[in-house]
Design a protein around this ligand. Structure first.
Ligand code: ATP
Length: 387
């Protein structure tokens, strides 16, 4: 079965990293972890494995519990129930500074009166810690890694936001943690710097061979940096998978909508025509066709259909070769320079989004507001789910 073939039914959630060896033990295991604040359940019976050298992203809307889950791993919160196993040991009762884990905070929390190198070396000066020469050595290595050697003698107020972020990263890495936790690490940076820093983070993670766990509500960031993503909603993990899996095979309408852009429709499966499953839907009077496959049939109980904008073609002429082709009216166009997203009304109040990359300058198609157009997509381009 090819990846394409699996499009119509959700992929099973495999809590296993494609980066891990078959018999590899997870480095981190959350086992049925729940956290309550009074009667409020912030994290609800979460089980998750994270493997060595993974860059794992916890993604979800504000308040879904992702920071609380991370803080329990760091030791700043204690689970109400459940176990957190690191390297085979339950660490729930281990003090934060005794865990092989370091956390980089969103605020960076740099000491304003210390220089860059003093900030980086700060966590290394402790009784039983490394010798002075080793501290100097490690500090220099970290400054080199984040390309801040020329700024070693500056104070934080003499640095840009991106440079401060790199000092905080160097300081968090200097103690050689096995696991680095990053809480919205790039939130303070502008878009360009954010994108550049995402690649730097990936390179550093790969170079040091560490395990990174990042918390973010930015789906683009999670997709770019991570090897796997856990999508959270209301304290629960809705889906775990590689960026490609959660994007192409979302298991719920929430995941489909949260990861990327999509159009969601209500459907009712009504029959079968050869290889195609036929569904009534709220987009048009004509049915919508879904592609069934012998080993991965369309779920007969499916109630929702998701179609990504880039899978939908918009045209003036009626397409002759697409099983799903519907007439509609352009009610909105979002032009972003590199692409245009057309909002096409199919029936009163029901629209579908179609993305067109602006390969030719000046919107070659010249499709505009109120135009009558056709939208079409392949039967396999739809993904269905029950909720
Ligand atoms: P954000 O992206 O906004 O940081 P989040 O997904 O990281 O959100 P959490 O910080 O984990 O969310 O919070 C989850 C829920 O738990 C929220 O509703 C929050 O108000 C609540 N919560 C977090 N910490 C406490 C606390 N110490 N006492 C009471 N409620 C808390």
């Amino acid at each position: 079965m090819t990846q394409q073939d699996k499009l119509i039914s959700p992929a099973p959630t495999t809590d296993f990293s494609p980066w891990a060896e078959q018999d590899q033990e997870p480095l981190v295991q959350f086992r049925n972890v729940t956290k309550r604040f009074g009667s409020f359940v912030a994290v609800d019976n979460v089980s998750l494995n994270i493997y060595q050298r993974e860059f794992f992203a916890l993604l979800g809307p504000s308040g879904c519990g992702k920071t609380t889950l991370m803080r329990m791993l760091a030791g700043f919160e204690t689970p109400t129930s459940g176990e957190i196993i690191v390297d085979g040991k339950n660490i729930v009762d281990v003090a934060p500074d005794k865990r092989p884990i370091n956390m980089m905070f969103q605020s960076y929390a740099l000491f304003p009166h210390m220089t860059v190198e003093q900030n980086v070396a700060f966590g290394l000066h402790r009784s039983g810690g490394p010798a002075k020469s080793e501290i100097e050595d490690r500090t220099n290595r970290m400054l080199k890694l984040v390309q801040l050697e020329p700024f070693a003698k500056r104070k934080p107020n003499q640095l840009s936001g991106g440079q401060k972020q790199r000092v905080a990263l160097a300081r968090a890495l200097a103690r050689s943690p096995k696991i680095l936790l990053l809480d919205e690490p790039l939130a303070a940076l502008d878009k360009k710097l954010r994108e550049q820093t995402q690649f730097e983070l990936m390179n550093i993670q790969e170079e040091l061979g560490l395990t990174f766990l990042i918390v973010t509500h930015d789906q683009q960031e999670a997709m770019t940096v991570s090897s796997r993503i856990g999508v959270m909603r209301a304290g629960q993990l809705q889906q775990i998978g590689t960026p490609g899996e959660v994007y192409e095979y979302p298991q719920t309408g929430f995941v489909a909508d949260f990861i990327g852009d999509t159009s969601l429709f209500e459907i009712e499966i009504v029959g079968q025509e050869g290889d195609f499953t036929v569904a009534k839907w709220n987009g048009a009077e004509a049915p919508v066709y879904l592609r069934a496959l012998d080993d991965n049939p369309v779920d007969p109980a499916a109630k929702f259909l998701s179609v990504r904008p880039e899978k939908v073609t918009v045209s003036r002429e009626q397409p002759t070769d697409a099983p799903n082709a519907f007439k509609g009216k352009v009610v909105d166009i979002a032009y972003t320079g590199s692409q245009s997203v057309y909002h096409v009304e199919l029936s009163p109040g029901v629209t579908i989004k179609a993305l067109d990359t602006n390969r030719l300058r000046l919107v070659a198609s010249s499709i505009t507001w109120n135009d009558e157009v056709w939208v079409s997509w392949r039967a396999r381009s739809g993904v269905v789910f029950q909720s």
